[in-house]
Design a protein around this ligand. Structure first.
Ligand code: GDG
Length: 732
């Protein structure tokens, strides 16, 4: 059977990207062995791809030798491996994924390690996942990236495939703002995710945490009610899509599995987990101990059967946890065991799916008490397998599953007495109450199963999404109203790309009538001074704007003049003007059709906007090299490289100089500053003004800006200027 042959008619193949493939490879005595990977993500996605076909990109767990293949004939979908070196496994997987993001996202900051090298490797590996995915993405309607190991992959994918439909699903919690902001790379993670079109979480609380973080950390515009985020010119949809299980599969396995030896003699309290400190296994054992102390009548009658699947054994915290559990099991068994009974049976391994279904079916109680869990599928699988005499589910309030499984006995896993009480209640609960609860739990899991989740998510991912309404006066009032009250305003605006869209040739970038009116209206206010800050020459920018009330800064700050300013020319300008002529001649030698040199009497720009796109990278590289060789500073701009004199003077210095020259050295006490720009060179001004003013970057999705906020385009700048022109009178 060829890959994809099992695909249901009408369903498009999907491209799933996750850290692990559904099989893990091992080289044994008989050659390459494939083992099914364990864990919630594989449990969720394996049935989907098996049914629908497609490709799964992920790490197979080891390096393949020439001639060895991941796939076997009969596989219902294709697999594409991403190979990792030992150092990468250590830094990207054990390091940043499992020592940084996993504990932090589960709200264990004290267990979280922050290491720059781990972060750098995480970034490199995420980029590699994107490259390999992009190679596979040609015939795919949707690229679906999964989980915390790959939060940067959507951004790298967006660079490689700008038009692709990209969705992301997080399988673990998204933490509250106060926890998430501890991460030194918080902004990068948010930007990585926002390159997707749709971002899904298990429950609405995580989606809402994410939106709060985006609002506070990126200062992006968010519509919380509809889950929309403005990110550059794109609108990103964020939502809750609670994962379900393949209910019928578990139900049928439970009906067909044979009896489990030794399960009928005692009441079984079942725990099933990967061995992970988030799962609350030690707390669970202590709660059992408390039960046996408080209710001796349960001694010799109940057994806690705890399955713990080995997980992340290379991370020290997991090794310590294993030791802790071994000791606890020994201590509690030693304390209560009799010649014929021990209260805890502990299995440190995984069991086959059929046996697991039988255990779920025959257990009287499922004790699911994670300290924090994205969703928790064990709780759902238990309900699906309860086909005989109904048992009772005890579920931690801190699992995502608790948001919907309200008929379970909900507990705080940190409260040993609370959990012991719930255990006693479950063990003594009469059949009518057990059945009433289990019927409701099963009914919901049957309705909201894996298919329901999949359909809902895929529909949302493929839908044409609404755009967030453009920023309104109410938005500007919220961001700037109090900041401006009673103060004079110094407003700085970049020109190209800020008050006028970028054109093919700089000479075409003229001011629209509306923008001109808005600028004039701002400048006419007695409490506002407007300065245009441009990379063009002073003569050029003054001429092209042509509004006499404004101040103008040219050549990235090297020269300026204005109604309240002494004209300024940087003392080294003349010297560099000479040398620029030579640089122009040199750069002209690499010009191909569609690229040209613009000399600006102080700096110059090498443009390549109209050249063949495949030449962009090499042109920029060559230009940078020649500019640096000539002793100038090279800076990337939109389809251009700028050559600036290396005089330690930029737009930031110029803005500070203008502010001091106009309002005196104590200007920051009585003048408010707003700076709006779209370019790398504007970042110097954002840097200088951080904390002193409010800065806006007209952003595309790729940039990591120092600006306080982002605006999507020139239209939004126009709306801002109109609001500034009409706002209530300020200072003086
Ligand atoms: C992450 C999130 C979220 C366990 N032992 C055996 C076995 N398992 C299977 C279970 C279940 C899966 O592993 C565990 O899933 P969980 O959801 O409980 O937890 P995580 O692995 O931490 O999963 C979690 C999930 O992703 C999905 O989004 O719910 O919150 O942390 O399916 O059955 N399977 C077999 N033998 C075992 O011994 N066959």
């Amino acid at each position: 059977m060829s890959p994809n042959s099992k695909r249901n008619r009408g369903e498009q193949p999907i491209l799933v990207v996750s850290n692990r493939l559904p099989v893990t490879l091992q080289r044994g005595t008989s050659g390459l062995e494939r083992r099914r990977s364990t864990g919630g993500l594989v449990s969720a996605l394996e049935p989907v791809l098996s049914k629908q076909g497609g490709t799964w990109v992920g790490w197979p767990g080891m390096k393949l030798r020439p001639g060895e293949s991941l796939s076997e004939s009969g596989d219902p979908y294709q697999m594409r491996g991403v190979e990792l070196t030992d150092t990468e496994v250590n830094r990207y997987y054990h390091g940043f994924s499992n020592r940084t993001l996993w504990p932090l996202f589960h709200c264990f900051p004290e267990r979280t390690r922050f290491d720059r090298r781990d972060w750098e490797t995480y970034e490199e590996v995420n980029a590699r996942f994107a490259e390999i995915t992009a190679e596979e993405s040609e015939e795919t309607g949707l690229i679906w990236v999964h989980d915390y190991q790959l939060t940067r992959t959507p951004l790298h994918l967006r660079r490689l495939a700008p038009q692709a439909r990209i969705a992301f699903f997080l399988h673990i919690p998204f933490p509250p703002y106060d926890v998430f902001r501890l991460l030194p790379w918080a902004r990068q993670i948010l930007r990585g995710l926002l390159a997707a079109d749709l971002i899904g979480f298990h429950v609405s609380a995580y989606a809402s945490n994410f939106l709060t973080c985006v609002e506070h950390i990126l200062a992006a515009r968010v519509d919380s009610a509809s889950g929309l985020v403005e990110h550059g010119e794109r609108t990103v949809q964020v939502g809750a899509f609670p994962l379900g299980i393949d209910f019928e599969l578990y139900d049928s396995r439970a009906r067909h599995a044979g009896p489990q030896p030794g399960m009928r003699d005692q009441k079984i309290i079942l725990g099933v987990d990967r061995l992970d400190y988030t799962k609350g296994i030690p707390e669970r054992i202590r709660a059992l101990e408390r039960l046996l102390e408080l209710h001796p009548e349960h001694r010799e009658k109940v057994v806690l059967l705890q399955l713990a699947v080995p997980s992340r054994g290379q991370v020290a915290a997991y090794q310590e946890l294993k030791r802790e559990i071994d000791e606890l099991v020994g201590r509690v068994n030693g304390r209560f065991a009799t010649a014929t009974w021990s209260p805890i049976r502990y299995l440190y391994r995984s069991v086959p799916p059929e046996q697991l279904a039988a255990l779920y079916r025959d257990a009287q109680v499922a004790l699911v008490t994670p300290l924090r869990d994205g969703m928790n599928l064990v709780a759902k699988e238990f309900a699906a397998c309860q086909v005989d005499d109904p048992g009772v589910l005890i579920l931690s309030r801190l699992a995502g599953a608790a948001e919907s499984m309200r008929e379970a006995l909900l507990v705080n896993p940190y409260s040993l007495d609370g959990t012991a009480d719930a255990l006693h209640r479950a063990l003594t609960m009469q059949e009518p109450e057990r059945r009433s609860r289990m019927v409701a739990l099963r009914g919901r899991e049957r309705r909201y199963d894996l298919n329901f989740w999949l359909r809902g998510f895929l529909e949302a991912a493929r839908e044409t999404r609404p755009k967030l309404q453009p920023a309104t006066d109410a938005d500007f009032e919220t961001w700037l109203g109090r900041f401006l009250t009673g103060r004079r305003l110094a407003l700085f605006l970049d020109y190209d790309g800020t008050v006028t869209p970028l054109r093919r040739h700089p000479s075409e970038a003229t001011l629209s009538t509306e923008m001109r009116q808005a600028l004039v209206a701002c400048a006419e206010r007695r409490d506002t001074d407007v300065t245009i800050v441009s990379g063009r020459s002073l003569a050029d920018i003054t001429k092209i704007v042509g509004i006499s009330d404004l101040a103008h800064v040219g050549n990235h700050g090297l020269e300026f003049e204005g109604p309240k300013l002494e004209p300024f020319r940087h003392p080294d300008l003349e010297h560099y003007r000479e040398r620029l002529r030579d640089l122009t001649t040199v750069l002209e030698t690499i010009c191909i059709p569609g690229s040209w040199v613009e000399e600006k009497r102080g700096s110059l720009t090498f443009h390549y906007r109209e050249a063949d796109e495949t030449q962009y990278e090499s042109l920029a590289r060559e230009a940078r090299t020649l500019i640096q060789k000539a002793g100038f500073q090279a800076r990337d701009a939109h389809c251009a490289v700028e050559a600036c004199p290396p005089v330690g003077w930029d737009k930031g210095h110029a803005v500070l100089h203008v502010l001091r020259a106009t309002y005196g050295p104590n200007w920051s006490e009585h003048v408010r500053t707003i700076y709006v720009g779209d370019d790398e060179t504007d970042e110097d001004a954002f840097h200088v003004l951080s904390g002193l003013g409010i800065t806006f970057r007209i952003a595309n999705v790729d940039v990591l800006t120092r600006a306080s906020r982002q605006l999507p385009n020139v239209d939004a700048v126009h709306a801002l200027l109109r609001w500034l022109a009409r706002r209530r009178a300020g200072g003086r």
